[in-house]
Design a protein around this ligand. Structure first.
Ligand SMILES: Cc1cc2nc3c(=O)[nH]c(=O)nc-3n(C[C@H](O)[C@H](O)[C@H](O)COP(=O)(O)O)c2cc1C
Ligand code: SF4
Ligand code: SF4
Length: 396
């Protein structure tokens, strides 16, 4: 029997899957759905301080999916690389309603899952007041959301626009909070891992690497950013590579646990994040598009895969990819043991590889595409583009 449990600051998680702070955690009923669906924890949508209260009123519409419905097999199968854009800054609740809702969530969920409150202040006074209020709730854990991508654009010194005061804010909260807490880091700073190190020094129990970027999509017919006209959160599975980079870098530098999860789409992504050093893996976009129950399916698939591989617990797997991640300078430049080949029995002579071979190494013959080994650079592009998998790299 595989052990999927995890622990941070004495709080036990039945599995590492966390419903991230987003629309699916907007209130107690939704957070109960999150835990019933199979996740180990839910992070409530963030409470903004009074300075950011404009964010409690959401723009309508506020979601845009890019490269999603365009997928040829949609909706029979779903694309694995798309963007979810949104502008939904924080919880719609004021302070008292938020705290009541956290208590209600815990009443509904009981010990079936971990309830995490998410706070986002724009001054030390706001942070302090929120921490004092959340201490009085039954939240199991707290996240300090220092990553909101919209705050600066709203004219509020918060999140991605307030990384210069992160240490001070976290230190202040650490002195007040009576619950273990993580800090959510922005990916939009020059060096997010350096901020994570400050957060560790300030007393955080864990870091969440990381929030999303902000960006725009321009409708070229109207020359307007769609759908709401302003910068919006910019996330989804296309971002997973950046998330894995941040987690693996942070895992090397930090002693505290790492909560991860940019661009998770299925259970394999949870494996990858764990192998890069994550303790918990959060997801928003995938749950918004696949439903709450997907987390239970991920937990099952994860356990089955680990069983097959002989991993008994997440600890067995955590960080095992790190020694394999080498520095750019250490990547082999021209190994002698690789060559590009084309299996002419599979080649349909479509010509796709020709247009992507910038070394003019491929010729289309009557029997199929053929590679001139003297011209071939072994760049690997033909193997990536060939729809028939006829072009391949062979390790000799
Ligand atoms: C619609 C939406 C609303 C979000 N609201 C919040 C929020 O209130 N607080 C927060 O910390 N993160 C918020 N996020 C960011 C998510 O918590 C999470 O960090 C991010 O979406 C993870 O990437 P993924 O969507 O690729 O899984 C939101 C994300 C989305 C898509
Ligand atoms: S590996 Fe690169 S250089 Fe060689 S044939 Fe393929 S695309 Fe051309
Ligand atoms: S892309 Fe593949 S199938 Fe098409 S010509 Fe090249 S090797 Fe043949």
């Amino acid at each position: 029997m595989v052990d999927l449990t995890a622990e941070i600051g004495g709080v036990k998680f039945k599995n590492p899957i966390v419903v991230a702070s987003a629309t699916p955690t907007m209130d107690a009923i939704r957070m109960k759905h999150g835990i019933d669906g199979g996740a180990g924890a839910v992070i409530a949508k963030s409470l903004f301080g009074e300075a950011g209260r404009l964010g409690r009123k959401f723009p309508r519409p506020r979601f845009k999916l890019i490269d999603y419905r365009e997928y040829p097999d949609y909706p029979k199968s779903l694309p694995h690389a798309f963007t979810l854009r949104s502008l939904e800054e924080c919880s719609a609740f004021d302070y008292p309603t938020y705290m009541d809702d956290i208590n209600r969530t815990k009443d509904l969920i009981k010990d079936d899952g971990v309830v995490i409150a998410s706070l986002s202040g724009s001054s030390l006074d706001e942070w302090s007041e929120m921490c004092q209020l959340v201490n009085k709730t039954n939240a199991d854990f707290v996240e300090l959301n220092n990553s909101c991508p919209f705050a600066a654009d709203m004219g509020v010194k918060m999140g991605a626009g307030a990384v210069d005061v992160t240490y001070e804010a976290v230190k202040t909260c650490a002195g007040i909070l009576k619950k273990p807490f993580s800090v959510k880091i922005t990916p939009q700073a020059n060096d997010p891992v350096a901020i994570a190190k400050q957060v560790e020094a300030a007393g955080a129990y864990a870091v969440n690497m990381s929030a999303r970027f902000s960006g725009i999509v321009i409708d070229i017919e109207t020359a307007r950013p769609v759908p709401f006209g302003a910068m919006g959160g910019y996330g989804g599975p296309y971002l997973i590579g950046y998330g894995l980079k941040l987690v693996s870098q942070a895992a090397r530098e930090l002693k505290i646990p790492i909560i991860s999860g940019l661009g998770v789409w299925d259970w394999r992504d949870i494996v990858a994040y764990t192998m890069c050093g994550a303790t918990l893996v959060q997801s928003a976009a995938a749950i918004m598009l696949q439903g709450y129950k997907v987390t239970g399916k991920w937990a099952e698939s994860l356990a089955a895969w680990m069983e097959g591989k002989g991993y008994k617990s997440l600890d067995d797997m955590r960080g095992i990819a790190l020694p394999n991640i080498v520095k750019t300078a250490d990547v082999p430049r021209k190994p002698e043991n690789i060559k590009a080949t084309i299996d002419t029995t599979k080649c349909t002579r479509c010509g796709i590889c020709l247009r992507s071979c910038f070394y003019d190494a491929i010729t289309l013959t009557k029997v199929g595409a053929v590679i001139n080994p003297d011209a071939c650079d072994v760049c690997g592009m033909c193997a990536e583009v060939c729809p028939e998998h006829a072009a391949q790299l062979q390790y000799v």
